[in-house]
Design a protein around this ligand. Structure first.
Ligand code: HEM
Length: 244
């Protein structure tokens, strides 16, 4: 406990600053949640303009992949750390998901419509489907899986599909795996590069599965203890703040 006291105590200025920053951001999100959701949707739709700038197709893919990582991590992290800001981010997942889908469309369609890329990768594939590099097959599958998720990311679909909505959205997991495989694999399908890429894939996807397991049942006792201690310190900080 002395160790926890030194580092995680609310008396520690760094911890107090952390609590203060958390509360500042969280209060801002709570206050402007509606506007934030609206802003994210505007940004998401504006991203479609990227279709007119195929030279940035790769950047759209990278931003999309990073956004997807954030979306996927928020749920297990919110269950493990139980922080208000993470719960608030959960409520932005629909808008972030729509944004991700549009970025993926701009990226994928940008490449498919690019005449140079089409003649190198797509045209030979039409006559010999097995010739396409696994990396691009994974990208195409990821994009196809993204579409039903995008189309059903609204209240009407939620009402119409009822229990099946969750089944449709379970597609997020294979889609995530395909996005990672697509973005980590190199162009060549042989050699050390491929082995290294699969190791990278294993670390990131395995790390995600590990976090999901932790979120279901936090079996790491030291982490559970730190969480409980920090939670208690945060509550103390809050009550002192209200008194002063
Ligand atoms: C959910 C859908 C997709 C996502 C999130 C995504 C994401 C990415 C990312 C992050 C990269 C950069 C990888 C690196 O750092 O080397 C990349 C590269 C690439 N992607 Fe995708 N991708 C998707 C679908 C597609 C589709 C459908 C195609 C086309 C058929 C495609 C074609 C490419 C190409 C050609 C590159 C290589 C660019 C280069 O090396 O300059 N992607 N993608």
């Amino acid at each position: 406990m002395a160790f926890f006291d030194n580092i995680f105590s609310a008396q520690n200025p760094a911890m107090r600053l952390g609590f203060k920053m958390h509360d500042g951001v969280s209060d801002f999100v709570a206050r402007y949640l509606k506007q934030l959701k609206f802003g994210l949707l505007v940004l998401a739709h504006a991203s479609l303009l990227g279709l007119f700038f195929p030279q940035f197709a790769r950047d759209f893919g990278e931003v999309g992949r990073n956004l997807l990582l954030v979306i996927m991590l928020v749920s297990p992290l919110s269950k493990i750390f139980r922080m208000r800001i993470l719960y608030q981010m959960m409520s932005l997942r629909r808008e972030l998901g729509i944004w991700f889908a549009y970025l993926a469309i701009v990226h994928g369609v940008g490449y498919i419509l690019d005449p140079e890329w089409f003649s190198v990768f797509i045209a030979p594939f039409v006559s010999d489907p097995l010739s396409i590099m696994p990396r691009y097959i994974f990208g195409i599958i990821a994009l196809i899986l993204t579409l039903p998720l995008l189309i059903t990311s609204n209240n009407l679909s939620l009402r119409l599909l009822k229990g099946n909505w969750k089944r449709v959205h379970w597609l997020t997991y294979p889609m995530f795996a395909f996005v990672l495989a697509h973005s980590f694999l190199p162009d060549s399908s042989k050699g050390m590069g491929v082995l290294f890429a699969w190791i990278q894939f294993g670390i990131v996807f395995g790390g995600y599965v590990f976090l999901k397991m932790l979120a279901k049942n936090n079996f790491l006792t030291p982490l559970r203890e730190v969480n409980e201690y920090v939670g208690q310190q945060y509550r103390e900080y809050q009550s002192k703040k209200q008194i002063s």
